[in-house]
Write a protein that binds this ligand. Structure first.
Ligand code: SF4
Length: 513
């Protein structure tokens, strides 16, 4: 994959926080999956990094999942809770709004990315601050919040270690859980040494690529930021409707620093993140750590309901984000994608993801879940999105590991149908319609077969135009001199006349034609 493709569209060369206000990497302008994947599979370093990381995580996951006798029951419970919640989503959303408001928070509704960015930018401006710290959040990446804030002169500082690596290198995330999975230790050391100083406390001159040294450099760099930034932005893994509680699960504790130290907290949360009660939450607190990081229990689980005087942020805003989710909900097959709890298990098991990497999917949601979620959220009108449902071998491994039993292959096939019946596939549709008409009538079929046999010597060996890609790797079968039906009429009649003696011979010859 070319550096430009690997890091998306970049509109400026200055990679300092100020420079990013003018230019930054985004997924916009990425090529369709086949093109991006072809390029990525030629990058042996990328393939090595991905193979090593995904195999380690998936082996760990398999070990801890195998410990539980009731894993399939937990999985069925997770699926049932999510389905029930999605069926009554309107009611639960209103319940959540009431509970958050009663607890001292303010709820904002955002129909799309533009509205969400406008709301958050306005809220940050109202504080008078120009810096914010961020908890790792897929929703804010989906709406490109950092870029919108930068346009308004507000710098967002990522505090998750992997997100920090991505931000410092002006790169793009390539994995839901481990956004810098495509980087190895040596690359990370170079990024820290070259870029940390432009964003705050520099990395030590003699920084090694030892994981402890890298973590310590990040800790020192971030600590200063935590202590002086007054506004934080987060997402949430879950939102409990009956108490208005937000829940964030993370492994480093950096998220908790953002959720407790600043004066103002703004959470951007997709409307599908709701669970009705704490009892429902209990199921997901068992499913998520085992499926994502392969841990029995999550290291840092932070929960908060509104504001508490004298304790933590004194201003809390919840931005509920639709951004295409209502459309997904309206699709009876596709809506199961909204059950996703972003564990990444489907990415780590996927043979396509392991070879192509996350950037090839052209979205913050890579891998199998990205292949079904992105085309649904953005539609399939443009080529990059229309190519995603085909980014799969349909092996079904993603469904097997999904903790909420999303039948990803079923949705992929459903979306392929949608793409195939869209305007962009008119020629294919017309060809299938004509074939259906010919095959639907015996006399029509006979006439076409006779006509085709008569001009068989003129048949091309290669299809013309865009269809040439099909025959580049396939042979067009020879057109027989006569159809089986016509042969059978003649030979079958002869067989009847000689009492069936030629039956076996006729069958064998017929088989060879
Ligand atoms: S689709 Fe399933 S396996 Fe994939 S990230 Fe979502 S919950 Fe995890």
């Amino acid at each position: 994959m070319s550096p430009e493709h690997r890091t998306g569209r970049r509109t400026g060369g200055d990679r300092s926080p100020a420079g990013r206000a003018a230019g930054h990497a985004t997924f916009m302008g990425m090529p369709p999956f086949p093109e991006a994947a072809k390029s990525a599979t030629g990058d042996s370093q990328l393939r090595h990094n991905l193979r090593k990381a995904t195999r380690t995580i998936r082996d760990k996951r398999a070990g801890v999942v195998g410990e539980l006798d009731d894993w399939s029951d937990l999985r069925a419970a997770g699926k049932a809770i999510k389905d029930r919640t999605l069926r009554h989503l309107d009611g639960y959303l209103e319940q959540l709004e009431e509970a958050v408001t009663a607890a001292g928070g303010r709820v904002h509704w955002a129909a799309d990315a533009g509205e969400a960015n406008e709301i958050v930018t306005g809220l940050v401006r109202a504080t008078g601050e120009s810096d914010v710290v961020k908890v790792k959040s897929m929703a804010t990446q989906e709406i490109e919040l950092n870029e919108a804030l930068a346009q308004a002169g507000i710098t967002a500082y990522e505090t998750d270690l992997a997100e920090l690596i991505v931000q410092l290198s002006d790169d793009l995330p390539s994995h839901i859980l481990v956004p810098a999975i495509h980087r190895n230790r040596a690359e990370i050391r170079e990024i820290f040494r070259d870029r940390m100083a432009a964003w705050g406390v520099p990395a030590p001159e003699a920084l090694s690529d030892d994981p402890r040294a890298l973590a310590e450099a990040a800790r020192v760099h971030l600590r200063e930021r935590f202590l002086r930034t007054k506004v934080a932005i987060s997402g949430a893994n879950f939102a409990v409707a009956d108490t208005g509680t937000m829940v964030v699960l993370e492994s480093e504790g950096n998220g908790r620093m953002c959720l407790t130290l600043p004066e103002t907290l703004i959470s951007v949360v997709g409307i599908e993140k709701i669970v009705p009660t704490w009892s429902d939450l209990e199921v997901f607190l068992q499913l998520l750590p085992r499926s994502s990081t392969g841990e029995r229990m999550n290291p840092y689980t932070s929960t908060w309901s509104g504001v508490t005087p004298g304790d933590g942020p004194q201003e809390f805003h919840l931005v509920l984000l639709d951004n295409g989710r209502s459309d997904v909900l309206a699709d009876e097959v596709g809506r199961q994608a909204l059950r996703c709890i972003r564990c990444s298990a489907c990415l780590n098991i996927c043979p396509v993801y392991e070879r192509a990497g996350g950037h090839a999917y052209g979205s913050v949601y890579p891998g199998p879940i990205g292949a079904i979620l992105t085309p649904q959220l953005r539609g399939t009108a443009s080529e990059p999105e229309a190519s995603l449902p085909y980014a799969s071998s349909l092996c079904g491994a993603c469904y097997e590991v999904c903790p909420v039993a999303i039948d990803i292959p079923e949705v992929l096939v459903h979306l392929r149908e949608e793409v195939a019946s869209s305007a962009g596939h008119r020629a294919e549709k017309a060809a299938m319609g004509a074939a259906g008409w010919v095959l639907g009538g015996e006399r029509r079929l006979g006439a076409v077969q006779r006509a085709t046999s008569a001009v068989r010597s003129l048949a091309p060996r290669r299809m013309p135009g865009p269809a040439a890609a099909w025959t580049d790797t396939r042979d067009i079968p020879d057109i027989p001199a006569e159809s089986f039906r016509s042969w059978w009429r003649r030979e079958g009649a002869a067989e009847d006349a000689d009492g069936g003696a030629g039956g076996e011979r006729g069958g064998q010859e017929g088989g060879r034609r």
